[in-house]
Design a protein around this ligand. Structure first.
Ligand SMILES: [Zn+2]
Length: 85
């Protein structure tokens, strides 16, 4: 039965966003001390979450082509139906 496979990619835009998030927290801590740690840490955390969401990809189990998200009902490449969870 066809289904959507979710996979995390470690290379790509998502990991760059995460790296920026970590750098932001470190740099603002160096420049602004404790206040920078709080602000930069929060901003960094947001970027980490966004980055991990961006690095997640969904693939069709039949043709292994990427689909837009986990809620897609039909594969746009091979037109196979995914079963409802
Ligand atoms: Zn497919």
């Amino acid at each position: 039965m066809a289904k959507i496979i979710s996979k995390t990619q470690f290379a790509g835009v998502g990991s760059i966003v995460q790296l920026v998030g970590v750098l932001m927290a470190v740099v603002s801590t160096i420049y602004y001390g404790d206040d920078g740690l709080i602000i930069g840490g929060l901003a960094g955390l947001v970027l980490l979450v966004i980055g991990s969401a961006m690095s997640k990809v969904y693939l069709c189990s039949e043709c292994h082509n990427p689909v837009a998200n986990a809620k897609v009902k039909v594969c746009p490449i091979c037109n196979i139906n995914f079963r409802e969870k």
